[in-house]
Design a protein around this ligand. Structure first.
Ligand SMILES: [Zn+2]
Length: 577
């Protein structure tokens, strides 16, 4: 910190922290504050939390301890804040508390490639190399996605880790993302460490092998690269909270209460990249890592309403906090209610990613504040890994708990995109959806018994009563939905040859020539989609036809479905006596 700046801070702290500042003094003071960077870090005292209700959309509130508020502001936001006439103190910026050499320590003399000890802050180029190196070294279980580009053209990257990573499987998608506030760098390094830990222990450690086999794990270590590398690609010294446009990305998302642009700014390129990535995936659970506090902050942030799954949130939050308490030092992770809090109960924010993901993407996302110190000294990176990694793994495991399964069509066995809704429980988009590609859905929920309703356009709605869920277990619930009307012209099925057709109920089926398993199934389905006849056929060698007798079928149109074990064939069957 240069002497002029230090003098300015002292001057501001002791000279200007008066409730009333003459308007003429404002512009000069503001110019001095923002000469160095696009944002300022400051604190002030409030009389009542209600005071924050309006302020939360003017400035970026960072932390509230009793009546003391810590916040960031860009130039415009700060001049808005001054109009409220609060006493305030300008604080040293968290990205500059350590010296450059302290921030860059442990960085040189690293092993070539990705394998390393995670006790340092990489350069931007090293970071990109590590991410590419992980994917190149483990191509069957690790894939590198480009989420998008920052305003200054830096990469926003996510690694996907899963068994058969290039195939979409019937598994929940789980997301970890960090440092959307660029100066909150602890999670950045811990996520690189987690990627390394998952990859090297796959096939060795049973817990890690299980989560990689059963989950699609997405990890984005750095959501705001321009903020983190504000001081240049060579160091995270000088990291800032905001993006290169001096906008807080974690106040820039559509908000359930405050609308599409709660901060009054257009969506930033980083925000748009994330919205598209969320749209193109089906994240079931997520955590967004921050620093400046130590608490598991669960939704909602924007309003006092509780989520449908408040009991589940408290359960998984408690599990996270209790685990880090067991392995961390006394006093670690004990903000608010001993390490967990409802977001709004702590302080209201609008435009955060957490509420956006919960409300618009049916995803359970939490804001995880993992270190009081934002730019953690490098000597603490390995200890903080040790406090937290068990919770990182436990939380991923939660993605497979609750109930989950596959929703398919009774006639074609094809996957269906269905809504999975618990009447009397779900609200504010807490329901989940099965994916059109696999039919898979997953619903994390607190232990209990639930009546679950499956619905999809073109299908009869089906409710499964008393689905029983226990803690830390998976209840499997595959469901078939019956089409309202059955259309044999569906392109997903192929014809099979029936003769004679029409028939009096005695007819012969010509088996398709290729790809038949020894045991095949035959079903006759009415036009409402109900199965009214089914049988299995043992395909003897060289047998190419099957005789079927259904003399009791009434005259009319039916569909015959033949499942070869590899492929489903459907044809119209007409009975005319
Ligand atoms: Zn933050």
């Amino acid at each position: 910190m240069n002497r002029i700046l230090l003098g300015l801070i002292i001057f501001l702290a002791f000279g200007l922290s008066q409730p009333v500042i003459a308007q003429d003094d404002h512009s000069q003071m503001i110019d001095s504050i923002f000469a160095d960077r696009g944002e300022v870090y400051f604190s002030f005292k409030i009389a009542d939390k209600e005071d924050l209700h309006n302020l939360t959309r003017r400035i970026s509130i960072d932390q509230v301890k009793g009546k003391k508020v810590y916040a960031y502001a860009n130039k415009q936001e700060f001049s808005d804040f001054l109009a409220y006439n609060f006493k305030f103190n300008i604080l040293p910026h968290p990205g500059t508390l350590l010296s450059v050499s302290e921030v860059n320590a442990n960085r040189d003399g690293k092993l070539p490639g990705y394998r390393t000890l995670w006790n340092f802050y990489p350069t931007y180029e090293q970071y990109v190399d590590f991410m590419a190196g992980f994917a190149a070294s483990y191509p069957t279980i690790c894939r590198l996605d480009t989420v998008g580009y920052s305003m200054q053209g830096r990469l926003i990257l996510a690694l996907v880790i899963s068994k058969n990573v290039n195939i979409e499987e019937a598994e929940p998608q789980f997301l970890y993302t960090s440092s959307i506030h660029g100066d909150e760098t602890t999670g950045f390094i811990l996520m690189l460490h987690l990627i390394d830990h998952l990859l090297i222990n796959y096939g060795i450690d049973p817990v890690i092998t299980e989560i990689v086999n059963t989950t699609e794990i997405f990890i984005n270590p750095l959501a705001n690269p321009d903020g983190t590398y504000r001081g240049g690609n060579n160091t995270v010294y000088g990291a800032v909270r905001y993006n290169a446009n001096n906008i807080d990305l974690n106040r820039n998302f559509p908000d359930p209460k405050a609308g599409q642009h709660p901060d009054g700014n257009p969506w930033q390129v980083e925000t748009e990249a994330w919205m598209a990535y969320a749209e193109n995936n089906h994240f079931s659970m997520s955590a967004n890592f921050h620093g400046g506090a130590e608490v598991f902050n669960y939704p909602w942030d924007t309003w006092s309403k509780l989520t449908a799954d408040d009991d589940w949130w408290q359960f998984v939050g408690r599990e996270w906090a209790d685990t880090v308490h067991q392995y961390g030092p006394p006093g670690y992770f004990d903000d608010e209610n001993n390490g967990i809090t409802n977001g709004y109960a702590w302080y209201e924010i609008n435009g955060g990613r957490q509420d956006y993901m919960n409300y618009w993407h049916n995803c359970r996302e939490v804001t995880l504040e993992i270190s009081n110190i934002k730019l953690l000294p490098v000597s603490l990176l390995l200890p903080f890994w040790d406090y937290n990694y068990r919770s990182f793994l436990n939380f991923i495991r939660q993605a497979n708990y609750g109930f989950n399964g596959i929703v398919t069509d009774t006639v074609t066995d094809q996957p269906i995109a269905a809504k999975v809704f618990i009447s009397g429980h779900d609200k504010d988009f807490s329901e989940v959806y099965s994916r059109a590609t696999t039919g898979f859905y997953s619903r994390q929920i607190y232990a209990g018994n639930y009546d679950v309703t499956f619905s999809a356009p073109g299908y009869f709605t089906k409710t499964i009563k008393n689905v029983s869920v226990s803690k830390r277990t998976t209840t499997s619930l595959d469901v078939q939905l019956r089409p309202l009307t059955f259309d044999a012209q569906d392109k997903s099925v192929s014809s099979v040859f029936i003769y004679p057709n029409p028939s009096d109920g005695h007819f012969r089926l010509a088996l398709p020539e290729n790809s038949i398993k020894p045991l095949c199934s035959i079903q006759i389905i009415n036009t409402l989609g109900s199965i009214i006849y089914s049988s299995e056929v043992n395909r003897l060698s060289e047998n190419t036809t099957v005789d079927i007798s259904v003399p009791n079928l009434a005259n009319g149109l039916y569909y015959l479905k033949f499942n070869s074990g590899y492929k489903i064939y459907v044809d119209k069957l007409i009975i005319k006596k």
